[in-house]
Design a protein. Sequence first.
Length: 103
Amino acid sequence: MYAVIKTGGKQYRVEVGTVLDVELLEGEAGQEITFSDILLVGDDAGAKVGQPTVMGASVSAKIVDQVRGPKLIAFKKIRRHGKQLKKGHRQDLTRITVTAVNG
């Protein structure tokens, strides 16, 4: 069984055992969390699509760790004026493991 969840303004296709990095969530390593914004639930027989969410469906996950993403560099340069700007950014992420898909 699989599901499409919405968290942090993004959508993810998940199954039991899926490990993924999502936008920062409240909680500590080892804590159980539940996602209620389920957009689609499906299996081999078919799929249920929500309008906008599937009623009664949920996905349970366990927080593995709070991590930081890769460093991204933003560089701007205005030619012939000697102006340049370099910024770095690392996004805070939460690594989760999906433990159950209920739908």
